[in-house]
Design a protein. Structure first.
Length: 322
């Protein structure tokens, strides 16, 4: 006999009551399924652990230290000063001067890291065979030279009396110890280091462009100059944006070993950028709190700058979709 869903059964219960009273059976994932889900995270765990230990933990400690005063001596405890370190940064004139010197370094290195590599890479495309390998080795060699070793060589070349630079140019200039030329000398030496790496990046970008674009343009009657202007350069934009981003974010770090070896931030602070000033606060005046505060300010400024450049790069770059 069919019993309606709402009618009571002979025992006084309805089918709905029976289903409601039955316990819900929960399907638990098997151990093998859990292991498969956890496998990617197990591979990522060592990298995440190293990132936390060597990046995020020191960053958190720097933030904490920036609100304290400490002279780096283990027997002297840190003293909380609140935001006093950040207030002092806004009042010290050398902070603004170091920021301006950092901008000078960035602007001065952009031709070495972006413009010159494009010119060199375009001019050397006809070099093939063993000569190409030799050329790439020679152009990349300065990037492998230790900055301290190159600083010693450049100091000898830039000697005001017997230096080869003044002899060749017929000048009598103290390139390293003159406030008018010290910053230029640091930029040129750093650019000499960086240009080889940048040339290889541009060369790799050119090699990655689909040659079908060039062939199609030649069939349409385009000249080599037109192909370079309207095809090669736009498709090189991701590589050029990368070099620009690296120069903006890392140029002050690139110059640090040369400044420390050649000028020690002088003469008269003419070569002191934000990174060298940060080092001076921490290891010359032993004001760890000021050094940490300066580091946090630099971190935030360059982080915002990097975010803006990345967003801008998404709008100005062209990509080969083939």
């Amino acid at each position: 006999m069919l019993i309606p869903l709402g009618d009571p059964s002979p025992s006084g219960t309805t089918p709905r009551d029976v289903f409601a009273a039955a316990p819900a059976r929960v399907r638990r994932p098997s151990r093998g399924r859990l292991l498969r889900r956890a496998t990617p995270y197990m591979y990522l765990a060592p990298a995440i652990a190293l990132l936390v230990i060597w990046t995020y933990r020191p960053l958190a400690q720097a933030v904490q230290l920036s609100f304290h005063s400490w002279n780096l001596l283990p027997d002297n405890p840190m003293v909380g000063v609140g935001g006093n370190n950040y207030r002092r940064l806004t009042e010290l004139p050398e902070v603004g001067e170091s920021l301006w010197h950092t901008v000078e370094v960035i602007v001065g290195l952009l031709p070495f890291a972006v413009l010159a590599p494009v010119v060199i890479a375009f001019a050397s495309r006809s070099v093939t065979g063993r000569m190409r390998v030799l050329y790439q080795s020679v152009i990349f060699a300065p990037f492998l030279v230790a900055p301290v070793a190159s600083a010693a060589a450049w100091r000898w070349l830039a000697e005001p009396e017997d230096g080869a630079i003044n002899r060749v140019l017929g000048l009598d200039v103290n390139w390293i110890n003159d406030t008018r030329t010290a910053q230029l000398a640091i930029i040129v030496i750093t650019g000499w280091h960086v240009v080889g790496f940048a040339v290889l990046v541009v060369t790799a970008g050119i090699a990655g462009i689909n040659p079908d674009y060039h062939e199609a343009a030649r069939v349409d009657g385009a000249t080599n100059a037109q192909i370079d202007r309207w095809i090669t350069l736009p498709l090189l934009s991701p590589s050029l944006v990368l070099l620009t981003l690296l120069t903006v974010l890392l140029s002050a770090q690139w110059t640090f070993p040369l400044i420390d070896t050649l000028t020690q931030g002088g003469p008269s602070g003419a070569t002191t950028n934000v990174y060298y000033l940060l080092w001076e606060y921490g290891f010359q005046t032993f004001d760890a709190g000021m050094s940490a505060a300066m580091g946090i300010v630099v971190f935030v400024l360059f982080g915002l700058l990097a975010a803006g450049l990345v967003r801008l790069s998404e709008r100005v770059t062209f990509h080969d979709d083939k």
